[in-house]
Design a protein around this ligand. Structure first.
Ligand code: OYP
Ligand code: FE2
Length: 558
């Protein structure tokens, strides 16, 4: 029936010919399609069942392995082959070179060159050469692997206890605050997370706070780092400053980088990219029939998401998975982080116009114009939105079931107008594309040089400024841990040879001519934005590429 995605070999076909016009329930006053829609959804709900992974988290698709997934959700041959072969290649490399790691160890910071993938990306090279620079450290909060944490300060954070002898710093901070140029990166969410023990060796987690100032020349520079929040009955935590002995300041910054690695991978990338996209996918499959216009609009943005997430749940964050093996928050801390982060999933935070103003706004704008045009083809009034029972059930399925009661955090349980519908759908598409791309694509650039994003720390955070290079090296991952990090970062961060760029799916889910024209306009706007970014990047010292439409995938697939 209308454009259901039947996979036959490598071909996706629509059955039967000519019946693929999109229709809402209202477009069918004779109830010609009523039985069909109900029957299809009944079948879909049997095939697409909500699963359960951990208490306090949003819901996944049912099934423990990729073989449990509905046939249409599986990787096709090209993707499957590319995934398996490239994984086999990096794992073989890890096995061969990794066996020498037991006899070799890291003695100096330069030794991390042993696991640096030569000539991978110019930016990774730059990170290796300049990772000690305060300007590059600050830059990462805006344009690095995790652009999600930085906030403009509205007051001095209460956890920042400034001792009397730091009157100077306090004055500087207050001055920046006055002019709106004071920013903070607060990792408090990590406070109290239980660190991993790896091969009988205790690992460590901290919960830093970084205060930064935005200079007129555009550089964002750290002013002070506090590695742990204050605790009752303990002396106030040491404050590290750019003017400290270089090794003490470097170790403090390295601790921040490792904390950022944890929040980035778990909160920004896995939860806010992969797992949310899966909720939207499963809810859509369960609540919208194939002839529904919003189904046809969204379905291209769900390709391969369920399978990649099943793979991640069973290999990366599972018992004995990569997190347990080499990451400081593995063996349970990572689940704790996901649970804490889940409690903070607000609707606003998924909608860039309501959140930070940044590059994402341009892409959001292009997507939102596309959605508005599409929606206005099928909904001629706010009433048409309110009167679409399938659409309303879909919205509730996402907020109440998939997100496990996110209405408290601003997610809608009904859609009252065309504007609300457009905003919600734009959020869905942006989350499955730009949101994920912005946190996925930086991995190779920023985490190839291990000291700039260490997966674990092996010594407690420093409590004095008496720090040597050896202290830093002993805190950083072992050679084996570093090589494992390199291996998986290389695998995840590599350019995907099998990829569909945003808006460039080949399947025609709409047979109507209107939507096809709107899709074409979307593609043109994306191309124009891509060109604009390319020109702008040519004039930049550090180009920002992660949200270039041609680099953004059409769905979460890796
Ligand atoms: C799934 O050993 C994925 O078989 C990659 O994950 C690799 C495997 C399975 C196979 C592993 C194996 C894809 C998608 C995702 C995600 C979000 C979280 C990413 C965390 C990355 C952690 C890197 C760890 C470096 C130490
Ligand atoms: Fe990803």
């Amino acid at each position: 029936f209308p454009c259901y995605r039947w996979v036959q070999g490598n071909e996706i076909i629509c059955l039967p010919e000519g019946k693929g016009w999109a229709r809402t329930v209202r477009d069918d006053p004779q109830n010609q399609f009523k039985k069909h829609r109900e029957k299809e959804l009944e079948e879909r709900r049997k095939v697409y069942r909500w699963g359960f992974w951990k208490e306090g988290l949003i819901l996944p698709i049912a099934g423990n392995t990729q073989w449990d997934l509905p046939r249409n959700e599986r990787f096709l041959e090209d993707k499957d082959l590319d995934f398996s072969l490239s994984l086999a290649k990096v794992l073989k490399d890890l096995a061969l070179k990794g066996s020498l790691d037991l006899t070799n160890s890291v003695r100096r910071l330069e030794d991390f060159n042993k696991v640096f993938p030569q000539g991978k990306t110019p930016l990774a090279e730059r990170v290796r050469n300049c990772w000690k620079d305060d300007a590059l450290f600050g830059y990462q909060f805006l344009n690095g692997a995790n652009p999600m944490l930085l906030r403009r300060s509205t007051s001095l954070p209460s956890r920042l206890l400034l001792p009397p002898e730091m009157e100077d710093l306090k004055t500087q901070l207050e001055k920046e605050l006055q002019t709106g140029s004071l920013f903070e990166a607060d990792f408090s969410l990590l406070d109290g997370v239980k660190p991993n023990v790896i091969i009988f060796k205790q690992q460590y987690v901290a919960a830093p706070l970084v205060m930064l100032k935005l200079q007129p020349d555009g550089r964002l520079l750290p002013m002070v780092i506090q590695l742990q929040p204050p605790r009752n009955g303990c002396p106030p935590p040491v404050l590290f400053l750019p003017s400290d002995p270089p090794m003490a300041w470097l170790l403090a910054k390295t601790w921040v980088r490792s904390s950022d690695f944890q929040l980035h991978q778990l909160q920004s990338h896995l939860l806010r990219g992969h797992l949310i996209a899966e909720v939207i996918s499963v809810a859509t499959m369960r609540s919208l029939p194939s002839l529904h216009p919003i189904y046809k609009l969204l379905i291209p943005h769900f390709r391969y998401t369920m399978e990649i997430n099943v793979l991640a749940r069973s290999n990366l964050v599972s018992k004995w998975g990569i997190f347990d093996l080499v990451v400081s928050t593995g063996s349970g801390g990572h689940v704790d982080i996901l649970q804490r982060a889940t409690a903070g999933l607000t609707y606003r935070s998924f909608c860039p116009p309501d959140d930070l103003a940044d590059h994402a706004l341009r892409l959001w704008g292009v997507i939102s114009r596309y959605v508005e045009k599409m929606v206005s083809l099928f909904y001629k009034s706010d009433g048409a939105v309110k009167d679409d029972p399938e659409l309303q059930a879909w919205c509730r399925e996402i907020t109440e079931t998939g997100l496990q009661g996110a209405q408290d955090r601003g997610f809608p349980i009904s859609l009252e107008s065309r504007a609300q519908l457009c905003h919600f759908i734009t959020m869905c598409i942006f989350t499955c594309t730009g949101q994920h791309a912005s946190t996925h694509q930086g991995q190779l650039d920023w985490y190839s040089w291990i000291p700039n994003g260490p997966c674990t720390m092996q010594k407690p955070p420093p409590i004095s400024k008496d720090v040597t290079e050896k202290d830093i090296v002993d805190s950083l991952p072992s050679l084996h841990q570093a090589r494992t990090q390199k291996t998986f970062i290389k695998f995840l961060g590599r350019r995907q040879p099998v990829m569909v760029a945003l808006g460039h799916h080949k399947e025609n889910y709409f047979s109507d001519p209107g939507p096809q024209a709107v899709l074409k306009q979307f593609q043109e706007e994306l191309a124009a934005l891509d060109k604009e970014i390319e020109v702008r990047n040519a004039g930049l010292d550090l180009p920002y590429e992660y949200l270039r439409p041609s680099m953004v995938e059409n769905s979460v697939t890796i």
